[in-house]
Design a binder for this molecule. Structure first.
Ligand code: PGA
Length: 247
């Protein structure tokens, strides 16, 4: 089976106002020659405006979370159907900031992943160990359990990716060594094949956590790394393009 097309996704987190759309437009304007799929995942408030601003460009737009239900009395939440309606085609699910800050369990992430599929969104499901878990030698077991628990069987017939984001590498400037990244990505690949058979070989496994232009080439060319989920460095078009060009 051929390797999946690399995906470079920018996670803007709770950053960005209407004025930030200029950065998104600058990303779209700088994509000539890239072989990657490129996505920007802004706050829900910006999705419709960004979809309009980037209409006709190859940049995909993603949400950062969704509710498991399609509609209802869930004040403050956003349904996958609403993200799709606003112009999103992907959604990040199970980010460690949601798992830690909002008590999201693997089961909830799996329910949200089903919701994304129901709405026609391509899920990017995040997994990753804490520093304590890595120091205790539990990284592979933790990540494997998260992959098994967060990916529902319905994904078998759909496009999706998995993002390995060690919690201790997010926003810290720290990154695992390349062999450490490869060890986890190979383990995720084996788990994907165990869960989905041959289809598991076609899933892009993204790395996330302090990816920047200066380390992108080494990370993106590591074994079983099929792209990146980029936080801080995705906020500036020049940095994000530097990462995209490293594919
Ligand atoms: P970072 O965030 O690139 O700022 O470390 C990555 C993420 O949380 O997706």
């Amino acid at each position: 089976m051929t390797a999946p097309q690399p995906l470079i996704a920018g996670n803007w987190k709770m950053n960005g106002l209407a004025a930030s759309l200029d950065e998104a437009k600058a990303v779209a304007a700088g994509l000539e020659g890239t072989t990657a799929r490129v996505a920007i995942c802004p706050s829900a408030t910006l999705i419709a405006q960004m979809a309009w601003a980037l209409k006709g460009t190859p940049v995909l737009i993603g949400g950062q979370d969704c509710h498991a239900e399609a509609s209802g009395a869930y004040t403050g939440d956003v349904a996958a159907e609403q993200l799709a309606d606003a112009g999103a085609s992907l959604v990040v699910l199970g980010h460690s900031e949601r798992r830690a800050g909002h008590g999201e369990t693997d089961a909830l992430v799996a329910a949200k992943t089903r919701a994304a599929l129901r709405a026609g969104l391509e899920p990017i499901v995040c997994v990753g160990e804490t520093l304590e878990q890595r120091k205790a030698g539990e990284a592979l077991a933790v990540v494997t359990a998260q992959v098994r628990g967060s990916l529902p069987p319905e994904l078998a017939d759909n496009a999706f990716s998995v993002a390995y984001e060690p919690v201790w590498a997010i926003g810290t400037g720290l990154t695992p060594t390349t062999p450490e990244i490869e060890e986890v990505h190979r383990t995720i690949r084996a788990t994907l094949i165990e869960l989905f058979g041959a289809a598991g070989e076609a899933v892009a496994i993204l790395y996330g956590g302090s990816v920047k232009p200066s380390n992108a080439a080494e990370i993106l060319h590591a074994d079983e790394v099929g792209g990146a989920l980029v936080g801080g460095a995705s906020l500036k078009a020049a940095d994000f393009l530097g990462i995209i060009r490293a594919v």
